[in-house]
Write a protein of this length. Structure first.
Length: 446
């Protein structure tokens, strides 16, 4: 969501005549798009702001804006920070060019956030966001050949640890017509892979006349768009998971057989305290059904370790779940209490930092063992990947190939593949023969 918002804002500012620079020293305006999901992310923003305050001593005209979830969460409090000129929430991003221009003209403090975040977004506001979404999306700010398309905003789930419903507001599904128009336009611009975005994308629901559009309908409609080769969707919530989505994945060749479906914990007691509304057994049943219906499906999960009250036995249940779920990979986070959430109000953060760290390491070790075993099956196979571009960090394991950079690509099932090839492959499909594997990465030859 944040990557997409950053791309939209970049596009809007370019359309308003601004140019992008990566260097603060060259900039007239610095915008920080922020995440509030864990405290660490917010702490990093505060440290950037400390640095910018220092820079403003020699560049007093520099305009600093904080946008996104942290802007919505802290509002006026953030505007009080000496370095900050603009605070703008995720629902107000269409105003950014205007706010920036006003700030540059000398208005030093500008605040634009949603006053009552739990109030349903008005139709007017939704349509402004929709217009902004379609006017400034472009594949140019993403990975070549790929684009994100938001199909929903907000979340109504209120997992007890999560700040999202308090910063991104109530769940709203976008109408299907502009979504499909947008995909058609992106495909005409050369986009090959579309990733549909929603906090709980399986609950996409848009009533229109005598029918209701669900995610499976969107997948079918998107599949019909010429030029699009791969369609992904993230992220799924394990309740109300319509079987039609699995059938769409099985039957529509363009829909990638990849499911990101966070479990968060394997302990029913903790799942209840997290307000997740399913048990570990129900979650595993859903994975079994997915594997039954979708041949070769790859499944990824998220977990939070060290949630308030998590005992060794609860953690052991999470380890058990990870062993049974046989994920392709999972993302593991240490619980970070978020102000204003139910968990923070009602539950003490009982698990010491050191124990959280150990549980994180242990769960990652268990998952890496599973991933490593799985990945060995790919040795000798030739996989189709969508090349993204040069790999940011050099992988020593990659088979050397004179004069060609190390590229990174992903399979339809989201496996990362590193191989040597010309830069011009970025945004194109390639076939790679796998010669080496590690728990996180496959390596091969073009
Ligand atoms: N602390 C730690 N991790 C969190 N997540 C969400 N809220 C928190 C929190 N307060 C994790 C969940 C979610 C992912 C995006 O971030 O695992 O799926
Ligand atoms: Fe947060 Fe839960 Fe909504 Fe995901 S489903 S955004 S974890 S409240």
């Amino acid at each position: 969501m944040n990557k997409l918002d950053s791309a939209l804002v970049t596009g809007a500012l370019k359309d308003a005549g601004f140019a992008l620079t990566e260097k603060v020293k060259e900039a007239d305006v610095v915008l920080i798009n922020t995440c509030s999901v864990r405290r660490h992310a917010e702490d990093r923003v505060l440290s950037h702001l400390g640095h910018l305050k220092h820079i403003k001593e020699t560049q007093p005209g520099l305009v600093v804006g904080v946008i996104g979830c942290m802007a919505q969460r802290l509002g006026a409090e953030l505007l009080d920070h000496e370095a900050v000129n603009i605070v703008c929430g995720p629902a107000q991003i269409p105003q950014i060019p205007d706010l920036v221009i006003r700030a540059l003209q000398g208005r030093t403090k500008l605040l634009s956030v949603t006053e009552n975040i739990r109030q349903k977004c008005s139709d007017d506001q939704s349509s402004v966001l929709d217009t902004f979404e379609t006017a400034h999306d472009s594949d140019k700010y993403h990975i070549p050949g790929q684009a994100f398309v938001r199909v929903m905003r907000g979340c109504n789930n209120f997992c007890s640890y999560c700040v999202v419903p308090y910063v991104r507001g109530q769940e709203v599904s976008r109408p299907p017509a502009p979504i499909i128009e947008q995909i058609t336009r992106l495909a005409a611009d050369g986009v090959k892979q579309i990733t549909l975005l929603g906090q709980t994308i399986n609950s996409y629901n848009y009533p229109a006349g005598d029918r209701t559009y669900r995610l499976a309908d969107l997948l079918e409609m998107a599949s019909e768009v010429e030029g699009v080769r791969w369609i992904r969707f993230i992220t799924s919530y394990p309740v109300d998971f319509d079987e039609a989505i699995l059938h769409a994945m099985a039957d529509l060749p363009k829909v990638c057989p990849y499911l990101h479906i966070p479990a968060q914990s394997g302990s029913d007691r903790i799942l209840k305290a997290m307000n997740r509304r399913y048990t570990a057994a129900e979650y595993l049943d859903l994975l079994a059904k997915a594997r039954d219906i979708v041949d070769g499906i790859a499944i990824a999960g998220d977990f939070i370790v060290g949630f308030g009250g998590e005992t060794d036995a609860d953690f052991a249940a999470t380890v058990e779940l990870v062993k049974k779920a046989k994920y392709k990979n999972c993302f593991i986070f240490k619980y970070s209490p978020r102000p204003g959430t139910r968990a923070d109000d009602k539950l003490a953060d009982t698990v010491p930092a050191e124990v959280k760290k150990q549980r994180n390491i242990e769960l990652l070790r268990v998952q890496n063992e599973i991933s490593g075993r799985y990945n060995k099956c790919f040795l000798g196979q030739t996989l189709e990947v969508l090349a993204e571009g040069p790999s940011k960090k050099p992988h020593l394991d990659s088979a050397a190939c004179a004069g060609q950079p190390q590229l990174i690509g992903r399979t339809a099932t989201d496996y990362i593949v590193v191989f040597n090839g010309p830069k011009s492959l970025a945004g194109r499909f390639a076939k790679v023969k796998i010669t080496k594997v590690s728990p996180l990465t496959l390596f091969g030859k073009l």
